[in-house]
Design a protein around this ligand. Structure first.
Ligand code: HPA
Length: 246
């Protein structure tokens, strides 16, 4: 059976517990090893591949993730559609903690990451990136959310920062002026690499906290982040199963 969907899990989502008959596949790629094994299993009658972006023990910080190897490994396994789960901070009003969102735009503030499969040989890969997430696949994700009763905010701009530290309040204020609604550390170069490989890629952002200076909290804690991700993720298995079917 073909792989109907690949899912990349972010902070707080290290397994898809609902997967059945799971096979752990170690994959090597021309770009090195991915963050961990691909866990390929059955969910609601389809086959799904899951990869923990930060490694299963969360050993890899955002700037050390081998994004090229991760995307290439999923492509090698036969995936054509990739749902990226990204834990984020919320900047604008509609994106408070525990909100799930499907952004339609992004701004890249990262630097120094391997951001292309093009290594200087052959024809340069100037892929179109006007719509960084696959419009068709976003549409399917939003439809699957409606069917399963999962509340998902349609649209928004994801600002990808370098990390691993969180942002200053001034940086977030600038991002707000730039038009960002969400801030996370892993959205890029992942989305662009997926485009280079011709994969249909969409982001399901899980808001874990108000970004610096946006809420009342004096400090953003890991406990708060993990607690909110767990609470917001309750409907994910059903949503993923429905998306994989569609
Ligand atoms: N900033 C950047 N990345 C994040 C945040 C944040 O506030 N919360 C979760 N991931």
């Amino acid at each position: 059976m073909d792989i109907a969907l690949a899912v990349i899990g972010g902070t707080g989502v290290y397994r898809l517990a609902a997967l059945e008959d799971v096979e752990a596949r170690q994959v090597d790629t021309p770009y090195g090893a991915p963050s961990g094994p691909l866990r390929i299993g059955r969910l609601g009658g389809t086959r799904i591949a899951f990869l923990a972006r930060h490694g299963e023990g969360h050993a890899l910080p955002p700037h050390r993730v081998n994004y090229r190897a991760n995307l290439h490994a999923l492509k090698q396994a036969g995936a054509t559609r990739v749902l990226a789960l990204n834990t984020v901070g919320g900047i604008t009003d509609a994106y408070g903690p525990r909100v799930l969102a499907c952004p339609d735009q992004l701004i890249d503030y990262t630097w120094g990451r391997e951001s292309s499969f093009w290594d200087g040989e052959g024809e340069a890969l100037h892929v179109d990136f006007g719509h960084p997430y696959s419009p068709m696949f976003r549409h399917k994700l939003l439809a699957a959310a409606r069917v399963t009763g999962v509340r998902l905010v349609d649209g928004g701009c994801y600002g990808a920062t370098q990390g691993p530290r969180l942002e200053t309040s001034a940086e977030i204020a600038r991002m707000r002026r730039d038009g960002c609604d969400l801030v996370g550390m892993t959205g890029m170069p992942e989305a662009a690499l997926a485009r280079e490989l011709g994969l249909d890629y969409a982001c399901l952002a899980i808001v874990a906290n108000w970004a610096a200076g946006c809420g009342d909290a004096q400090e953003i804690t890991l406990a708060e982040v993990l607690d909110n991700v767990a609470a917001a993720s309750a409907g994910l298995p059903e949503l993923v199963a429905e998306l994989a079917r569609g």
